[in-house]
Ligand binder design. Structure first.
Ligand SMILES: *Cc1c(COP(=O)(O)O)cnc(C)c1O
Length: 369
């Protein structure tokens, strides 16, 4: 039997390259707390992401949770349930109330035409999610935020390196948070970052990720410990060097999938957005059981029998999680509900062999009845 194929596989540099990058740590003995690798990665990311400022974190979730805290939001935050647990948890763990907006059918991001209807006098912010490398309707969101004086924080965990109309994705909104988890397009093993505009927000973030400490004798905020360590930063410095070639290889995989699966009755592919330079982060397909003859779960099981892991990403919706005990009504987000029942994310990573892509496509097509 051939080796298992998972939905993703972490990008890693050559071992020698990493060893070279961490060698000096054996001289300095400086392993964390904003050491030289941390500083260097921060600078390189500012350049790469074309943003004025970046703060690094131990993971994407802490970037998001502490940014929500640093923004001093109150009351309600408009967001979507078609996301990873992290987005909703970041709101609730800050004592705020998520208000779930539906997503649009085209690109699975927040349906911007439904935001205004959800704004109340308790709304303080919008926390939209870029999904699969697709980007939200940033222009409409900006217009609404401006009109109602709301803060905008993007969950950009899926959008590392994405550009829209020649602007880098991190330039939209008040802040954007990225995840550098092992499974993401760019990884630091575990890691994350926040790009922000306001220097005061940056100072708060810097303190909050280090217990709220300002200096030796002053603790100004009730912070957490969310600093990126030197080994993770070193991994990031290595992986940054291979981003371009990795993107090209991901693009080849996506083109192959599109060629083989486009036009298959009952399947809808993630369409590329106009004006968007994507990162090819994920390859979801939407399976309409009535037309295809098999449902999403059957296709997932057929792949699993061949030792191929496809994921129901995102399912279940965050507004249906057990921990919320039925507090939110999923019928308020019907499109998110429909897509989460039909979506299946196929394996996609830089060194996925095109022969395996062919095999995956044939298994999917064989499910058709
Ligand atoms: C991965 C992810 C996160 C959280 O990132 P971690 O680095 O795993 O903490 C948040 N939001 C979305 C949409 C994600 O995919």
């Amino acid at each position: 039997m051939s080796d298992r194929i998972n939905v993703t596989r972490s990008s890693m540099p050559e071992l020698d390259e990493y060893v070279e990058e961490i060698r000096e740590l054996w001289q300095t003995h400086w392993l964390t707390n904003m050491g030289s690798k941390h500083v260097e990665l921060q600078e390189k990311l500012q350049e790469y992401l074309e943003v004025p400022s970046v703060e690094l974190f131990t993971n994407g979730h802490m970037a998001l949770e502490l940014t929500v805290q640093a923004m001093k939001l109150e009351g309600e935050v408009i967001t979507t349930p078609f996301t990873f647990a992290s987005t909703t948890h970041a709101i609730i763990r800050n004592g705020l109330e998520p208000v779930f907006c539906d997503i649009n059918e085209r690109d699975f991001t927040i349906d911007a035409s439904k935001i205004e209807g959800l704004i109340t006098d308790r709304t303080s912010a919008i926390l939209p999610v870029h999904v699969y490398g697709n980007i939200c309707d940033v222009e409409e969101i900006e217009r609404i935020a401006h009109k109602y004086h709301l803060k905008v924080l993007y969950d950009a965990a899926h959008a590392f390196g994405v550009r829209y109309k020649d602007r880098a994705v991190g330039q939209f909104g008040d802040a954007s948070c990225f995840s550098f988890h092992a499974t993401k397009v760019f990884n630091t093993i575990e890691g994350g970052a926040c790009c922000y505009r306001d220097p005061a927000l940056g100072r708060t973030l810097y303190q909050l990720k280090n217990f709220g400490i300002r200096d030796e004798e002053t603790v100004e905020g009730v912070g957490a410990n969310a600093k990126m360590n030197e080994f993770c930063a070193a991994m990031g410095l290595c992986n940054l060097k291979h981003l371009k070639e990795n993107r090209e290889r991901r693009e080849k995989v996506v083109s192959y999938y599109r060629e083989r699966l486009e036009g298959v009755k009952g399947l809808r592919l993630n369409s590329l957005q106009e004006g968007v330079y994507t990162n090819y982060a994920y390859f979801p397909i939407i399976i309409d059981e009535k037309k295809f003859g098999a449902d999403r779960n059957e296709v997932q099981e057929a792949l699993e029998r061949e030792n191929i892991g496809a994921r129901k990403y995102f399912y279940p919706l965050t507004n249906t999680f057990d921990c919320f005990h039925g507090k939110y009504n999923v019928e308020n987000t019907p499109m998110a509900k429909l897509i989460s029942q039909r979506v299946l994310t196929l394996p996609l990573y830089a060194d996925l062999d095109l022969r395996d892509v062919e095999r995956i496509c044939s298994i999917v097509i064989r499910c058709k009845r």
